[in-house]
Design a protein around this ligand. Structure first.
Ligand code: SF4
Length: 342
């Protein structure tokens, strides 16, 4: 006779039928032989179907006419969930032994009715097989759902603000900026050091608005994933331009310097909405930024997001790898071109 405990054991719930992996991730965890210039150091997965929100920049948006397998510039083919979980576990082990492999998992949740149960189940399954750090990037308006993700085994939850400024946010994302910010700040207070957000540079905000928000959020230990707006065919913003590179470099410099408490927000000087000085001599800024790390992908530890914002061989908004000394010098020159130091 079947013991009662066995008979009562709940059947394993299926992972959401759509678990997608970014093309680079499939290569990084050994599910595909795709040759790429730079492999992701985080496994990027996507859960959910077509989004029920309508962000103007996003190929997954409700009214987007973009290819359904895109998020930003990246393609996300379907994959067998069990194979993905096993491949991530062994890739993470391999990285732990000093080999090539992923050091984090990032679940990007497309917002639809069924995506959250599937995401929770995916987090539990990955956690049951591996100690790999897991972050979940998701739109949530209920703190209990954030708590549920942590209970399931996520290390971090990223609540994307994306568009900065009330009017811009409303026009592009269809919701309130102040509300989105409040949610992030409240979560950061409740789970210190475990909350992140995404900010997209180039949606019409000024450098000053972006940098002031970065200063406010880094002061609350919110991790900031910085993105350059990338027009994608089929989206509402397909015809808009990406940000000016010098402007993006200044924001990256501020994000990195503020995040490490190397400058004060109050010391940054703005003129006509642009960063005009850091309150430090140019030589000091050059020295602080010399490693080039400020211009690498910013966000959770080990997140490098190759080619989210870049075409291979095109303008590198976010370097997915350490910069050469020449690349770092060129980036710093751009920073100092409009903010030449005090
Ligand atoms: S910063 Fe990177 S790893 Fe963290 S949620 Fe964003 S995309 Fe994922």
């Amino acid at each position: 006779m079947t013991p009662e405990s066995e008979a009562a054991a709940p059947a394993a719930q299926p992972i959401h039928p759509r678990l997608r992996v970014s093309a680079g991730t499939a290569a990084a965890i050994g599910l595909d032989r795709l040759k790429v210039e730079c492999l992701p150091t985080t496994a990027y997965l996507m859960t959910g179907e077509r989004c029920d929100r309508n962000c103007g920049f996003c190929p997954q948006a409700r009214e987007s006419g973009a290819r359904a397998d895109l998020l930003s510039r990246v393609t996300w083919p379907d994959a067998d969930p069990e194979r993905v979980v096993e491949a991530i576990a062994s890739s993470y082990d391999q990285a732990g032994r000093g080999g090539e492999g992923v050091k984090r998992v990032c679940l990007q949740v497309v917002h639809d009715r069924s995506s959250l149960p599937g995401t929770l189940e995916a987090v539990r399954r990955i956690r049951s097989r591996s100690a790999v750090p897991i972050c979940v990037s998701v739109f949530l308006n209920d703190p209990d759902l954030v708590a549920a993700l942590f209970e399931a085994g996520a290390d971090r939850v990223t609540m994307p603000i994306d568009a900065v400024g009330e009017e811009i946010h409303r026009k592009i994302k269809g919701g309130g900026f102040a509300t989105a910010l409040k949610r992030v700040e409240e979560a950061a207070g409740r789970w210190p050091g475990r909350i992140g957000t995404h900010l997209i540079v180039g949606l019409g905000e000024t450098e000053e608005e972006m940098v002031r928000l970065i200063g406010r959020l880094t002061g609350l230990s919110v991790t900031i994933g910085l993105f350059a707006f990338t027009p994608v065919r089929g989206t509402a913003l397909a015809a808009a331009n990406p940000p000016d590179l010098a402007s993006y470099r200044r924001v990256q410099a501020c994000n990195w310097l503020l995040g490490r408490h190397l400058i004060d927000l109050e010391a940054i000087r703005f003129a006509d909405g642009r960063v005009a000085g850091f309150g430090l001599p140019a030589a000091t800024i050059r020295e602080l930024l010399a490693s080039g790390e400020a211009f690498q992908t910013a966000g959770c530890p080990d997140c490098n997001r190759p080619y989210y914002n870049e075409r291979p061989g095109g303008v590198m908004y976010n370097y997915p790898r350490p910069l050469t000394s020449e690349e770092a010098a060129a980036a710093i020159d751009l920073v100092l071109s409009a903010a030449p130091g005090e």
